[in-house]
Design a protein around this ligand. Structure first.
Ligand code: NDP
Ligand code: 8X3
Length: 250
């Protein structure tokens, strides 16, 4: 019986690369996204290995109903990749769009909670499974303009670690993957479709690729059952953490 991974946000970037990698390794893959045309294209590419699930992760009722009761051989979820998410804007907090803030909270936090809550009872009942979160270095280090995005990823990190505590005594695994600079559609979304501005983010760098993250998801989910990878922080070699900033002259 092939294993089954459910990926939220499989239409682009990390989710898309992970869908391709796991399908190539013989897994059943189910993937959500709002762009149904892209899900359909992936279905054509991967064939019956892939189940497209057009879904907005912010829709609590639809997420609980759909992901909590997947059909046939997809019913049991071995791995949930909580990947759907976005950063919107890079303005200082006093200038940010409240709509952007709502969207980040509703997607990065609440959508992730709904998907987790939908699959977790089945995992606990079977005493097996793995929930992998796409956190970020933004949850570990603040940066100007990161405000709510950084806050949402700090939530993901702490929720992930707290889940481990709730699940102690079961064999359900939880991992938070925390990438740094990575090229996908992330910056295009952040800058509301401004591709030229998005390109400047990666100019002169060798960023993490979606394939790098897909391989990390594969690695954390293929460790011996008696261990749990709690967190994985990854940066490209051209990036590093840095200490507090000082503004002189004030
Ligand atoms: P992309 O923009 O390339 O992909 C984002 C995915 O999320 C898309 O498939 C998109 O699908 C989906 N998504 C967004 N909103 C919703 C929604 N409301 N309902 C359903 N799906 C949604 O970005 P990445 O692949 O880079 O990002 C994936 C995750 O990794 C995010 O959580 C991001 O915060 C995180 N991350 C990204 C980093 C980076 O630098 N790229 C670094 C660290 C973490 P659709 O639009 O079709 O709905
Ligand atoms: C994406 C990484 O540093 O652009 O989560 O916020 S960062």
């Amino acid at each position: 019986m092939p294993k089954h991974i459910l990926i939220t946000g499989a239409t682009s970037g990390f989710g898309l690369a992970t869908a391709r990698l796991f399908a190539s390794e013989g897994w059943l893959v189910s993937g959500t996204g709002r762009r149904a045309d892209r899900l359909e294209a992936l279905h054509k590419e991967l064939g019956d290995a892939f189940l497209p699930i057009p879904l907005d992760m912010r829709d609590r009722e639809a997420v609980m109903k759909t992901l909590g009761d997947l059909p046939g051989d997809r019913h049991d979820v071995d791995v949930l990749l909580n990947n759907a998410g976005a950063a919107l804007g890079l303005e200082p907090a006093q200038e940010c769009s409240l709509d952007d803030w709502d969207t980040m909270v509703d997607t990065n936090i609440k959508g992730l909670l709904y998907a987790t809550r939908a699959v977790l009872p089945g995992m606990v009942a079977r005493n097996s499974g793995h929930i992998v979160m796409l956190g970020s270095i933004a949850g570990n280090y603040p940066y100007a303009g990161g405000n709510v995005y950084c806050g949402s990823k700090a939530f993901v990190k702490q929720f992930s670690l707290s889940l481990r505590a709730d699940l102690l005594g079961t064999k359900v695994h939880v991992t938070n993957i925390e990438p740094g600079l990575a090229e996908s559609e992330f910056s295009i979304v952040r800058f509301h479709g401004d591709t030229a501005r998005a390109a400047t983010v990666y100019e002169g760098t060798s960023p993490i690729t979606p394939q790098d993250i897909a391989e990390t998801v594969f690695w954390v989910t293929h460790r011996p059952a008696h261990i749990n990878i709690n967190r994985v922080e990854i940066m490209p070699i051209c990036q590093c953490p840095s200490g507090p900033l000082v503004k002189k002259g004030m």
